[in-house]
Ligand binder design. Structure first.
Ligand code: G3P
Length: 225
């Protein structure tokens, strides 16, 4: 499974990248807004220079021509840019046209298997089902992931399933078990994947025992001199 970090915060992206396990970054207009007074395209370029992997940057037009124009500009920012397109009728047309131009795409705001089927037929590189937001309306985001995995397997679609709106480590584990190709998650969730109280307790014990071992060796050496 590929790990993407779902943020536009450069410090978080650098820290995740420094661990050597980061495969890419996803951004969206809300995450860009959180960064304050930045120039969008310059910021996307900076992210692409930090991470050696796919970096999703979203268009904000909702009509075909507008989406295509923004997609062309974004694709010129850096070779690692993946153009994020909303899952609407003109978005499907744009996905098909961008596929023909070999511009990589990530279709965002997916909430159902039928939407995902449409997106795969349009030739998108990634589909982003929003697990957390489906859970938020008292439905089951993970069932949507499982059903998309099965549908894509049935028809050998190449579109990669990018589990998005991931809110906690259990989402990551269940998306991995279901066979999602990628999980994109906030930086804090990525760090939480490392956490286990028995790891902390076990390390504390090993280090304490190591100190005791060294003390005992020192005492032994003192007695024999
Ligand atoms: O990037 C899209 C998605 O991951 C957003 O997540 O937590 O705002 O639903 P969230």
């Amino acid at each position: 499974m590929k790990f993407f970090v779902d943020t536009a915060d450069l410090d978080e992206i650098r820290e995740a990248n420094d661990m050597g396990i980061l495969d890419g970054v996803t951004t969206n207009p809300s995450l860009v807004k959180d960064e304050g007074n930045i120039e969008f395209h310059e910021h996307v370029y900076t992210i692409c220079e930090i991470v050696d992997g796919d970096v999703s940057a979203e268009v904000t037009a909702t009509d075909f021509d507008g989406m295509m124009e923004e997609a062309h500009t974004l694709a010129q920012v850096h070779e690692n840019v993946v153009v994020k397109i909303p899952l609407i009728k003109d978005g499907i047309k744009a996905l098909r046209a961008l596929d023909e131009e070999e511009i990589p795409t990530n279709c965002t705001l997916c909430f159902s298997p039928n939407q995902a089927l449409m997106v795969a037929k349009a030739g998108a590189d990634y589909i982003s089902p929003f697990i957390g937001r489906i859970d938020d309306i008292a439905s089951d985001g993970m069932t949507v992931i499982e059903e998309i995995v099965q549908i894509y397997d049935n028809y050998d679609f190449d579109t990669e399933i990018l589990a998005a709106s991931v809110r906690h480590p259990t989402h990551v584990k269940r998306a991995a078990l279901a066979g999602a190709d990628v999980a994109t998650m906030p930086f804090d969730t990525l760090m939480n994947l490392l956490e286990h109280p028995l790891t902390d307790r076990g390390l504390e014990r090993f280090l304490a025992d190591w100190e005791a071992y060294k003390e005992a060796r020192k005492a032994e050496a003192g007695m024999s001199s």
